[in-house]
Design a binder for this molecule. Sequence first.
Ligand SMILES: [Fe+2]
Ligand SMILES: [Fe+2]
Length: 308
Amino acid sequence: MASSTVRPADQAGPSGSTTEREAARRLLDSSAKLSYDPATEVDWDTPLDDGFHGMSPEWSTLYGTRYWQEMTEAQRRELTRQESASVASTGIWFEMILQQMVLRDMYAKDPTDPRFQWALTEIADECRHSIMFGRGAAKLGAPAYRPGRFVLELGRAFKTLAVGEAAYASILVAEEVLDVMQRDWMRDERVAPFVRTINNIHVVEESRHMKFAREETRARLRHAGPLRRHVQALVVSLASYFIVTSMVNRQVYANAGLDTERALAEARANEHHKSLMRSSCSGLMEFLASCRLLTRPALAFYKRAHLI
Ligand SMILES: [Fe+2]
Ligand SMILES: [Fe+2]
């Protein structure tokens, strides 16, 4: 393109560089080519077949424990269905936080910018996802699983206050953690077919969100000084800690007919689950390290959440 035809907004400026605009344009094209309507894609009508798991059993918080050995196959399936519904419900909680952060970030920005249009497309995706997860949890026979009062209130503050790289890096962590699990579940024939469809839809659409979150995290950090980077790194690690530790609600055990205290104790000590989380999150941790967001205090929270 001749330089005389380049509009001021196409050059690097507050709305982002040309490269970032092009990246957003590609995401919009990809979304136009491949997006799903869960209302018609997912089999909502066939009644739940309790011969299926809700997630790959290896992802259960109790898999590999003594308690797991003592459970019948039917109990294991009920537990993974409740755990899967809990993960989906935590997903809804975070998607509502995410939608508000992105909407705030785009407030009064240039609507002709592909980044603006992509951000609104992502919000529309998340809106469909949350409805899909809600219907999925209901079909799995689960109640409303929500994080505890303290975490709910922290989330309320976070969605109102988080900006820039802290918002986008936290979005990335939540999306990546969900992604690694769902990639396994969508291929697993032991998992209920409608859950596999839900996971497949989510994996496809989230891969674009994760690209955008990575781009935005890098772009926002480009001019960040050391103090800001340190503060934001800690905020992201705290958000990650509360998201990951809220994924499986303690009520899932009682709802699967188990003794909550024993299940919690064995889940907390479950080395299999911890190492699965660590190995699944290695790519994410490499990315955070490359952005220099793995500061020493942040690292402590990732370790506590068994992400590294
Ligand atoms: Fe989503
Ligand atoms: Fe997303």
